[in-house]
Write a protein that binds this ligand. Sequence first.
Ligand code: NZQ
Ligand code: ZN
Length: 393
Amino acid sequence: MFNFNYYSPTKVIFGRGTEDQIGTLAQEYGATKVLIHYGGGSVVRSGLLDRVKAALDAAGVAHVELGGVVPNPHLAKVREGIALGQREGVDFLLAVGGGSVIDSVKAISYGLAEPDKDVWELFEGQREAERFLPIASILTIAAAGSETSNSCVITNERTGEKRAYDDDISRPKFAIMNPELSMTLPDYQTQAGCTDIMMHTMERYFTQGGNMEITDALAEGLLRTVIKYAQVLHHDPENYEARAEIMWAGSLAHNGLTGCGNDGGDFASHMLEHELGGMFDVTHGAGLAAVWPSWARYVYRDCLPRFVRYATNVMGVAPGATDEETALRGIEAMEDFYHRIGMPINLRELGIQPTEEQILALAESCARATGGSQGSAKVLYQEDMAAIFRLAL
Ligand code: NZQ
Ligand code: ZN
């Protein structure tokens, strides 16, 4: 095993009706003026936004609001939020929504905390953040894990670059997680979320070393749980227990727990998907499902023991005559699972058909974003990235 830091300071308030506590929580964390940030309207339609504002009013906490965050959140909206926050003297930021809204709030917080610097520099790797305003979320979709993660992913809509910036100072103060709030999700978003949750742990599972028994046990238990309840939700979207299992899994999958002791993880599938998000604006989880089988077939020989273990312990397949056969059975079982929950297993099913020129541009951008190479199961260079995109066609 490798040495590790585990830092997950976010307070989690989980269960039915917990959003009603937002007023007292905001007070407890010293908020005097809150920027409420939300997306394209689901929280307006559900009435959640009005309830949040009423709870803040009741607690005597002032607030302003900014909606309109799109999936694969845009830099322009972040800049709008920074300008609004400065004008209004905001000292606390509250995301009401999913990963896109939480990431947009994180980026606005970086910008407000260091107003003399351009926030995009963080995402271009030109500097590290020194300050951050406190943030929290009321989660409406289990997926990205941003409610407890140290990560922030923003798309520069002008250049088509989707870039991540990771920093522990951005861990949210608290996350309100009421599984009922996710019951209004379209099935496609629920299942894309389940796919993303699994991928956050799979990225940490398929590595070349440092694997601890306790970490593997947590990871495999989490993955089996998501496989089970994703299928329950496909047929029974208002099943509270299933929503709760998935929502909690979403945080545990990406708060670092399922990576303790390993070498930092692979994350190649994520970096490949971010390029698809930047160029084609695809739904993150669905993009991951479309890329993973091709990534897996490209790398499994270099990481065979992990693929065999995954096939037997997570997918429950019978061992084949050789380890290679067992590993391939595991990948096929994963594709079957994606199909059962309505997820794509290639780019065609995702609804995009990149040309050879676009594939080369995707690979070039991915190599640039990763500093030249990415991966632990197998280290991938630009030509490998292009090869995986071609395989995924
Ligand atoms: O905008 P609204 O109208 O709210 O609709 C959203 C959006 O269209 C809808 N939705 C959310 N909750 C709903 C709902 N619709 C009905 N009822 C509800 N209760 O769902 C759609 C998707 O929302 P989004 O926030 O984009 O989903 P998700 O949580 O999957 O976030 C995706 C973003 O997070 C990034 C992704 O790259 C992508 O940009 N990621 C962030 C990470 C992090 N910060 O740690 C890690 C991830 O790997 C990921 O990269
Ligand atoms: Zn993800």
